[in-house]
Structure formats: structure tokens, C-alpha cells
Ligand binder design. Structure first.
Ligand SMILES: C[S@@+](CC[C@H](N)C(=O)[O-])C[C@H]1O[C@@H](n2cnc3c(N)ncnc32)[C@H](O)[C@@H]1O
Length: 291
């Protein structure tokens, strides 16, 4: 059955209310999802620390943060807490399509405002230059229709203030080989499509955003692969991920038993640029490019 963005996300948040399976891998166990978020969290916090230093150098004390496609607010809360700990006065807003997801955000973090909007139809200028930091994690690739994706990406980019930052964490194609390059779009039934980095950066550049850093968010061991250096590395990573899903990741006790091996291996793959999965991309908006 063809993927319907609105139906899928309102449905999955209702089904897995508040659980990581609603925003991570819905068919895999809780422990695998925790390991995935743990690995991504380490990369996210590295990026946030860099941005924190830059805001401090600018003499900023108050910060506004927007989390686009926030889900149940995992990243909104992590980023809020990271800046709050550094004594910034933070105003955070979580935006999502699902009222059930936003309900969880409000219940778990009273200091985070919520906005229900559909990125397919949102006015890209709704929050123009309104936020010092905009983050969007694992949301944009779920807009499989190109027009919807571009609308969402422009909204995200336009919402960043001058001298502000954007963090996108998503499966993004950066390497020479991917089977996603040859999907048959009319018959495609997946709920996401990884886009090429150059396409994303073409749109972002027009909004004055320049890349500051790109890091592997998590490796294929904990999130599956979207790309490889060639057919061989792609197929090896994909075979290993499928085997892990089949024999380990359906079971919490098994995933827990292997955590001590999986996390260091995942880190090594990230350190050696053999992660082949999602990326954390950091951009900054400069004045000159937007004039
Ligand atoms: C994979 S989840 C990620 C949630 C959260 N960012 C995280 O990483 O935990 C994708 C999120 O994007 C939201 N989303 C998908 N399509 C959307 C749309 N058209 N407008 C607004 N939000 C959308 C979903 O409701 C869901 O919460």
C-alpha cells in the first residue's frame, strides 16, 4: 500500500503512544531503539556544544529553539537541557503533525511550547528568521513527495535567524553508491526517501545557510544503511543489518546482552566514516547571502 504521510504519522503516534517505537524503528525492540538514540545523542551533543560556544562568543544570553517534526520531544528536551545547563535562557517550541505526539511533549516538558502544523502545506515564511536554532531530526525524509519535501525544507531554512544555526539529522546521501538512486517512484511504498546532500544544500544556500559541519549520526549497525562507497560495502552493511534485525533486534534481552559490543563498534564505524547511515549536518545563516 502507498504511504500516506498524514495517516501514517497520526496512526503510529496513536498506536505507540509515547514509546520510542513511535519515532524510531516501530517493528524492532525497545533496547535497539534506545541504543540508536544513544549513539545519535552523542553526535547531537557534540554539535550542540560547538553551537553553544559560538552563541557565547556572540554574547547571547537568550535563545529560541524550534524542533521541526519533534515527535514526542526527545531532541527538543535534550537540546533545551544542554543550553539550560550552560545557563542560557531558553524558549523552545516543538512542531509536529500529530496532536498525540505533542500531548506527550507537553506532559513531559512543561517549558516546551507546541505547535501543530503540517509541513506539506505550512507557509514557509510562518516563522521567518524567528529562531536562533532550528533542529529537524528524522522528519524531512518522511516527506516522500518532492514538493512537500521542498516546502518543509524551505520552512526549516527560513525559520533560522541571521547568525542562527540549523541542525538536520536525517538519512542523507553523501557517498557514491545507494540503491535509493534507482527506486521506481510510482510503485515505491516506503515511508521515507533519503535525498542527496547537494540537493539539500542547494535549497539551503538560497536561504543564506552555509555548512559548518557534517558528522555520522549513527552507524548501519544500529539504524541500517542507506549508502556505501560501492556495491560491495553497501551490500555487506545491508546484509549485516538484516541479520541483526532477524536474529537480535526483535528481542530486548538479546539486544541488551550485546549492547556492550554494539555501542563501541558503532562508534568505531562512525569514527572511520564507515557508518553508511544518517548524518548530523550543521549550518549557519549569514547576513550577506540573504540580502
Ligand atoms: C521519525 S519521527 C521523528 C521524531 C523526532 N524528531 C525524533 O527523532 O524522535 C518523524 C516525525 O515527523 C513528524 N512528521 C511527519 N510528517 C510530518 C508533516 N507532514 N508535518 C509535520 N510533522 C510531520 C511525525 O509526526 C513524527 O513525529
Amino acid at each position: 500500500m502507498k504511504y500516506d504521510n498524514t495517516e501514517y504519522w497520526t496512526g503510529i503516534h496513536k498506536k505507540h503512544k509515547g514509546h520510542l517505537q513511535a519515532v524510531g524503528h516501530p517493528t524492532l525492540c525497545k533496547r535497539l531503539n534506545e541504543l540508536k538514540y544513544q549513539s545519535e545523542g552523542n553526535t547531537m551533543l557534540d554539535s550542540v556544544r560547538g553551537i553553544c560556544r559560538e552563541f557565547r562568543l556572540m554574547g547571547k544570553k537568550k535563545l529560541s529553539i524550534l524542533d521541526v517534526g519533534a515527535g514526542t520531544g526527545y531532541w527538543s528536551k535534550m537540546v533545551y537541557d544542554a543550553f539550560d545547563k550552560e545557563r542560557f535562557q531558553v524558549r523552545a517550541t516543538a512542531l509536529d503533525l500529530s496532536l498525540d505526539a505533542l500531548d506527550i511533549v507537553r506532559r513531559h516538558s512543561q517549558h516546551i511550547d507546541t505547535v501543530q502544523e503540517d509541513l506539506k502545506t505550512i507557509n514557509p515564511d510562518l516563522f521567518a528568521r524567528g529562531f536562533d536554532l532550528v533542529i529537524s531530526c528524522y522528519c524531512l525524509h518522511h516527506l516522500v513527495n518532492l514538493e512537500d519535501f521542498l516546502n518543509a525544507l524551505r520552512f526549516v531554512a527560513k525559520s533560522v535567524s541571521i547568525d542562527g544555526f540549523l541542525i538536520i539529522m536525517d538519512p542523507i546521501l553523501t557517498l557514491p553508491f545507494s540503491k535509493f538512486d534507482v527506486i521506481d517512484f510510482p510503485s515505491y511504498q516506503g515511508n521515507g526517501i533519503p535525498r542527496h546532500l547537494y540537493l539539500i544544500e542547494d535549497v539551503l544556500a538560497k536561504e543564506g545557510l552555509c555548512k559548518r559541519a557534517i558528522r555520522p549520526a549513527v552507524s548501519f549497525l544500529l539504524n541500517g544503511n542507506i549508502e556505501g562507497y560501492d556495491w560491495f560495502s553497501y551490500t555487506a552493511a545491508s546484509t549485516l543489518w538484516k541479520a541483526l534485525c532477524m536474529f537480535i533486534y526483535k528481542s530486548d534481552p538479546l539486544a541488551r546482552l550485546l549492547s556492550g559490543v554494539l555501542l563501541p563498534l558503532d562508534k568505531t564505524l562512525k569514527d572511520f566514516y564507515m557508518a553508511f547511515s544518517s548524518s548530523v549536518c550543521v549550518y549557519r545563516k549569514s547576513m550577506s547571502k540573504t540580502l
